[in-house]
Ligand binder design. Structure first.
Ligand SMILES: Nc1ncnc2c1ncn2[C@@H]1O[C@H](COP(=O)(O)OP(=O)(O)OP(=O)(O)O)[C@@H](O)[C@H]1O
Length: 466
């Protein structure tokens, strides 16, 4: 059975600070020395069951067919803030009038599976008319955020850094999202496979990630799950931001309160239940940290420990591997990982800083960093791998499958030395935790009759299209 995607309630009121954490918080009692992801899964299941008690909007009575979203112009970097939204909505309007009666199989030939996420499978498919290949993501109905994901992808589609959504087909029990194919795989796999990445490539990717985050924010979208698993690569080597399953529309001054994201990348204010767009800056800061030094900044042997580290650990940028990193680059990470949200820099500011230090950054990104990340990530995924085996190259399959996540992390390790085992386990847990997606239970229907989410939906042509 598929996992429920969760929503997050937008909170525009002044009482945002008083918003309580979701009923199913994901804290676990640390009764065991090592935290098992099974505990976490059990908790999630319980939440899911709670969620299941809420009514789910039925879209079956709505129009069947497809809502096609053609690319909205080649370069949406031309889209100016403020004007962009209108253009995009115009784009959806036109799109939703097209080809409603068609079925997916009328237009595409389904190919092999190319990825599997926690919420959907992704397949290769080919247009019967043009022969062009696409990626097709199947999302089961009954999950309110499916509609939000589609709507937000349509809203953002057209930017060179966002996976373009070409068409959406509604079937009896699912939606088929036809997306631009990113045949270069995921950034995280590149890190694992290559171990070393050229310094220039790392810096270019980071800059592109920041450009797309800036675009999302200008378009009134917070992604909430920035991490290398969600950064896909195309053959040109460019990156595309994917997986908008946790993304939310957000207007200026609006705050969100739902627990959402991936633990290792989640911003401290998310844990406090009152946050805004700057959570993406924090997550990108975690990514930059990983790129620079090959490890996650906030680690622990349980979710609680990771969250505690996120809230309290003071990062030391003056010792160890940081000695080899330029001061501007260190400062940038520090300013992105600032807990004081108002002091944390914006995407715009990051880009302004990145430009002058770009050359310096290139010079200082350590190849070793990528090698050590390779080591840590391998230890998280592979069986029978010890430090001495760290250069062993085994391709990790696309997507962190549910089985991977359900597997107890200690199953992945069989180092002989107890000390190595312990260190490895903590590393493995830290990385395993980075693959877990957290979310709050559904509290409001996407297109429900009342509430803040419906207000967002009022400008949501896709909701109307369904
Ligand atoms: N446009 C695409 N082109 C190529 N591969 C893709 C594309 N979109 C997704 N994939 C592959 O499918 C996997 C799962 O996709 P996605 O992350 O969108 O699903 P999800 O269920 O939301 O995942 P998650 O487990 O991160 O929540 C990706 O990790 C990637 O390997």
């Amino acid at each position: 059975m598929r996992k429920k995607r969760k929503g997050s309630e937008a909170d525009t009121g002044e009482n945002a600070q008083e918003e309580v954490l979701p009923t199913c918080d994901f804290k676990v009692s640390n009764v065991r020395s090592h935290y098992s992801l099974e505990d976490y899964n059990r908790l999630k299941k319980r939440c899911k069951e709670d969620v299941g008690k809420e009514p789910v909007t039925s879209f079956k009575s709505r129009l069947a067919g497809i809502a096609t979203a053609p690319p909205c112009g080649a370069s949406s970097s031309l889209v100016l803030p403020g004007r962009g939204l209108k253009r995009k909505i115009g784009c959806i309007d036109v799109a939703t009038q097209m080809g409603r009666k068609n079925r997916f199989e009328d237009d595409y030939i389904l190919g092999d599976a190319i990825g599997r996420g926690k919420f959907g499978s992704v397949w290769l498919c080919k247009s019967k008319v043009t022969g062009v290949e696409f990626a097709c993501k199947t999302l089961q109905k009954g999950e309110e955020t499916v509609h939000r994901e589609v709507e937000i992808m349509q809203h953002l589609s057209g930017h060179p850094g966002v996976v373009t959504l070409h068409a959406v087909y509604e079937e009896l029990d699912c939606f088929q999202l036809v997306m631009e194919l990113c045949s270069g795989g995921r950034l995280i796999d590149e890190m694992i496979d290559e171990g070393q990445c050229s310094e220039q490539r790392a810096a270019n990717i980071f800059k592109d990630v920041m450009l797309v985050i800036k675009y999302c924010h200008e378009m009134g979208v917070v992604h909430r799950d920035i991490k290398p698993e969600n950064i896909l690569l195309v053959n040109s080597g460019k990156m595309k931001l994917a997986d908008f399953g946790l993304a939310m529309r957000i207007s200026n001054g609006q705050t969100l309160s739902g627990l959402a994201g991936s633990p290792a990348y989640v911003a401290p204010e998310v844990l406090l239940g009152n946050y805004s767009k700057k959570v993406d800056i924090w997550s990108a800061g975690v990514l930059l940290h990983a790129l620079l030094v090959g490890g996650l900044p906030f680690q622990g042997d349980s979710l609680e420990a990771v969250f505690e580290a996120i809230k309290n650990v003071k990062l030391d940028f003056h010792t160890g591997i940081w000695d080899s990193i330029s001061k501007p680059a260190r400062d940038l990470v520090a300013r992105m990982l600032t807990r004081d949200v108002s002091a944390r820099i914006t995407a715009d500011e990051v880009l302004r800083i990145v430009k002058p230090i770009f050359t310096k950054l290139l010079l200082n990104l350590s190849n070793c960093a990528w090698a050590s990340m390779d080591f840590v990530l391998h230890r998280a995924h592979l069986k029978d791998i010890c430090p001495s085996d760290q250069k062993q190259r085994i391709k990790v399959g696309a997507g962190s499958s549910e089985e991977d996540l359900n597997q107890h992390p200690s199953d992945s390790l069989s180092c002989k030395s107890e000390e190595q085992d312990e260190c490895g386990l903590v590393d493995a847990l830290a990385v395993a935790i980075s693959h877990v997606k957290i979310s709050e239970p559904k509290r409001s229907r996407l297109c429900g009759p009342t509430g803040p989410i419906e207000q967002q939906c009022s400008s949501n042509n896709l909701c109307r299209a369904f």
